[in-house]
Design a protein around this ligand. Structure first.
Ligand code: ADP
Ligand code: ADP
Length: 228
């Protein structure tokens, strides 16, 4: 069964701007879907819509067969993780440790589990030495690693990544993608907006191209890059 089903979806902002319409996309568990398209095409808006941050103004989005608008926040946050374009938009805690531990606390995990899994993620993302720092004082690369580490704690079935490697150096980009790939191999579905076609060719199993207010391409990276 599909994990995400976008049916004839359209999104029109309150100011009347129609970002896209007539979007039909069915995504199965374990897919890694890259979303390409020019600036302003509506890639962020698409991720926000399939992540339940915005309701489509036309059509519907189903997550595991259930209309997204019927999900309550805790159930939605258990199923879907979001990494925003700007990592700072995500920070809510006073320390790096608390930032990662937050999801476990809200979910009422036992203290021992929170400590073990938070410490593991801080180690994997080379943030353990910074555990007591305020997230806003970190470098750009550290902030990005923290935003991804914080999202991964809950082991959600779907990860939505908006330009997760934007502004990162090659080493950090490779490291972030390695961590995502581990999750993807374990069955996590990934949707990732990006401008980086090399990254698409290497990691994505499927590409959506959004442009001209609609879905312009839906296929494999191989087919996209073969086009004349
Ligand atoms: P992308 O991620 O592909 O760069 P976005 O989804 O951020 O595109 O934006 C799509 C279009 O919608 C852009 O023209 C943007 O300016 C516009 N837009 C984004 N948010 C809003 C909003 N809250 N109100 C009106 N227009 C918006
Ligand atoms: P993010 O990727 O973290 O959403 P952005 O800088 O793209 O950050 O957008 C910040 C906020 O401004 C978002 O809530 C977005 O919807 C809104 N926004 C973006 N473009 C426009 C626009 N053209 N008109 C009105 N609001 C917009």
């Amino acid at each position: 069964a599909p994990i995400l089903d976008v049916r004839d979806a359209g999104l029109r902002y309150k100011n009347g701007h129609v970002v896209w319409q007539g979007l039909n996309v069915t995504i199965h568990p374990g897919e890694w879907v890259a979303i390409l398209g020019p600036n302003g095409a509506g890639k962020s808006t698409f991720l926000k819509t399939v992540g339940g941050l915005m309701d489509p103004t036309q059509g519907q989005v189903l997550l595991k067969g259930k209309n997204l608008s019927k999900y309550r926040a805790p159930e939605l946050y258990d199923a879907v993780g979001f990494v925003f374009q700007n990592p700072e938009h995500q920070f809510i805690a006073d320390t790096v440790y608390e930032e990662v531990a937050f999801g476990g606390k809200v979910a009422g995990w036992p203290q021992e589990q929170i400590e073990r899994e938070t410490t593991q993620l801080l180690t994997d993302f080379r943030l353990l030495d910074l555990r007591d720092k305020n997230p806003f004082t970190l470098s750009q690369g550290q902030k990005r690693r923290l935003s991804v580490a914080g999202m991964l704690l809950k082991r959600q079935e779907v990860l939505l990544l908006d330009e997760p490697t934007f502004g990162q150096d090659a080493a950090t980009t490779a490291e972030l993608l390695q961590r995502m790939q581990e999750r993807n191999i374990a069955g996590t579905t990934i949707l990732m907006a990006t401008h980086d076609v090399e990254l698409v060719a290497e990691y994505a199993s499927r590409v959506l191209v959004i442009g001209d207010g609609t879905l312009l391409f839906d296929g494999t990276p191989h087919d996209l890059f073969q086009q004349p």
